[in-house]
Write a protein that binds this ligand. Sequence first.
Ligand SMILES: Nc1ncnc2c1ncn2[C@@H]1O[C@H](COP(=O)(O)OP(=O)(O)OP(=O)(O)O)[C@@H](O)[C@H]1O
Ligand SMILES: O=P(O)(O)OC[C@H]1O[C@H](OP(=O)(O)OP(=O)(O)O)[C@H](O)[C@@H]1O
Ligand SMILES: [Mg+2]
Length: 410
Amino acid sequence: MSISIPLNTTLQYSSSSSSSLLPSFSLSSPITSSAVYVAGIRQRCLRMATSCVSNAQKSVLNGATDAVSIAGREQIRLGLPSKGRMAADSLDLLKDCQLFVKQVNPRQYVAQIPQLPNTEVWFQRPKDIVRKLLSGDLDLGIVGLDIVGEFGQGNEDLIIVHEALNFGDVISPLRYIPNYGIFENIKSLKELAQMPQWTKERPLRVATGFTYLGPKFMKDNGIKHVTFSTADGALEAAPAMGIADAILDLVSSGTTLKENNLKEIEGGVVLESQAALVASRRALTERKGALETVHEILERLEAHLKANGQFTVVANMRGTDAEEVAERVKSQPSLSGLQGPTISPVYCKRDGKVSIEYYAIVICVPKKALYESVQQLRAVGGSGVLVSPLTYIFDEETPRWSQLLSKLGM
Ligand SMILES: Nc1ncnc2c1ncn2[C@@H]1O[C@H](COP(=O)(O)OP(=O)(O)OP(=O)(O)O)[C@@H](O)[C@H]1O
Ligand SMILES: O=P(O)(O)OC[C@H]1O[C@H](OP(=O)(O)OP(=O)(O)O)[C@H](O)[C@@H]1O
Ligand SMILES: [Mg+2]
């Protein structure tokens, strides 16, 4: 463990608060003596640094949520997960939106997106992305909704711009050992709560990494005799180790759960989570260019995500005129397309004469309904059906944009 400083000797603090550089410890976190020592030195360095920077930069020592004004940095900052399950998926999603993150080396934590010249990417741990959005050190971020809930703690400065980026799907249920002992017949949170075993002296012990959401959930559900312990991972081991009666953790495929003899209980889902685009309200309202940037990112995301679930289907259909073909196509439930079918005449040359006997129809169909749609097309005389993937669907305006403006009171 050692201390490092920037290579150039001028200390540059362009952020609105230096708070997020500080380690934050919850009361229950064990702090080793070496950690305390480093924290002390960091705090002193920061005190020196903050005395050199503008008064607007407040040093917030216990948490990063105090309101601070927007500092005068030029670049908009987007936080992406630096590692873990969401890191590669975030980059892939942006790439699919034609936003190419140029990271020179995987160990470098800052990167550029040439398509958004006023924006910097900063790679951070998901929980730090949320903390830094609150402290004003980041303006936008991609993180799981579980992390937004846990570390955002309902702070109104955090705005969910897009809540369903289609990756990182997880739910977080409360689980317990199923096949033996006192839990054998317990199926719901209610039954778990009503077990006579839990008393003030011997409360229900829950192991969880969600030290904010966990206690809140139990309190909201009226469960009184409960205590919490925490760990950084592999929580599923806690019941078998005798450390906990139940755990509150993420579940995705359910494999870890099964492999550790745990079962989900009804009413135990705290939240359903997937990747989201999150922004700082202050940044969007006060930082020059931030709203325009989020609009562009949102448009690209929506266009890609909307298209992702659809195919373009082209088919030829014999008919007397476009209206008659349209009637036939519209008689089928899965062939209405986004707005309705596009129908255009096919000009055929026969015996030296040009005539219209066929019409080409173009529709978008949901991927899931593809085969059904092809069958319906055939049923009304469609032939030569061509199917291709759709890359983008740009609507007139994305519904999430107007929702965002109304959240911002604009
Ligand atoms: N099994 C999973 N399936 C899908 N997404 C998950 C799963 N586990 C975690 N995630 C999502 O990825 C985020 C980061 O989880 P990850 O496992 O990469 O790190 P972590 O274990 O929570 O933390 P650490 O940074 O200490 O390793 C989670 O907050 C959640 O949003
Ligand atoms: O339902 P599953 O698909 O099995 O996934 C669930 C597991 O995935 C995550 O753990 P991770 O692998 O990130 O390890 P960790 O416990 O060290 O965070 C999560 O904390 C669960 O333990
Ligand atoms: Mg994990």
